[in-house]
Design a protein around this ligand. Structure first.
Ligand SMILES: Cc1cc2nc3c(=O)[nH]c(=O)nc-3n(C[C@H](O)[C@H](O)[C@H](O)COP(=O)(O)O)c2cc1C
Length: 205
């Protein structure tokens, strides 16, 4: 390994605007997986939106976390947060690279009650353990029950316990893990950049 250069630019977060902090972080913490969250409102309508502040954070209990900025451009709460609070349930659909453009389109701010699932030609399918539908075009769906929520300034971290997963045929290997070459996950980089799937390297511990 080469000796690293020691000259560094120091970025002082206290001197940055909120936008600058956001653009720095989303281009530094990469690639991020994308939670494509489908929810059902208390009135029965459905909603779908992508969130890349997303990670699995524990397996006992199996908990995933996503962070939802509390305000839309018109100052109201995002439909995803309203629906998760209203029902305590949501489904995280995982995004494969072939779904990239459609996924981005579903980040449109449609009026509450108007479903991105129908608007963008996606197929809702019933979940086994929650009322929110899964998206048939996504190869893996995690059915979640709201476990906890934590305010983080202008956002809310939403923690979900995974109750069940729906996995498309051919993705689960004999050990019960997902074959990345079949899932072909999409990563999010900074701005509007995305990382298509590439050949993985095995590094043994
Ligand atoms: C790839 C991608 C990732 C996003 N990640 C987040 C995120 O982590 N948190 C967030 O609040 N909004 C995120 N957004 C924006 C939301 O998808 C957007 O605000 C959407 O309109 C929310 O929809 P809703 O009101 O139906 O919940 C992201 C958008 C895209 C395209």
């Amino acid at each position: 390994m080469e000796t690293p250069a020691t000259t560094r630019t120091v970025v002082d977060f206290s001197a940055l605007s909120s936008d600058q902090r956001y653009f720095f972080l989303i281009s530094a913490v990469v690639p991020r997986p994308i939670a494509w969250v489908s929810t059902r409102a208390a009135d029965g309508s459905t909603n779908l939106a992508p969130f890349s502040f997303f990670q699995a954070i524990g397996s006992d209990p199996p908990v995933v976390m996503l962070s939802i900025a509390t305000e839309k451009s018109d100052g109201t709460l995002k439909d995803t947060l309203v629906n998760i609070r209203g029902t305590g349930e949501f489904v995280i659909n995982l995004v494969s690279e072939d779904l990239a453009e459609t996924m981005v389109r579903t980040s449109a701010e449609l009026p509450h009650g108007e479903s991105e699932i129908a608007a963008f030609g996606l197929t809702p399918i019933p979940s086994a353990s929650v009322a929110a539908p899964a998206i048939a075009e996504a190869r893996v769906a995690l059915e979640c029950r709201l476990w906890h929520e934590l305010p983080v300034g202008s956002a809310v971290a939403v923690f979900g316990e995974v109750l069940r997963a729906q996995v498309a045929e051919g993705l689960l290997d004999a050990r019960g893990t997902i074959d990345p070459a079949a899932l072909r996950p999409l990563g999010r980089l900074g701005g509007s950049l995305y990382l298509p799937f590439s050949e993985p390297r095995r590094i043994r511990r």
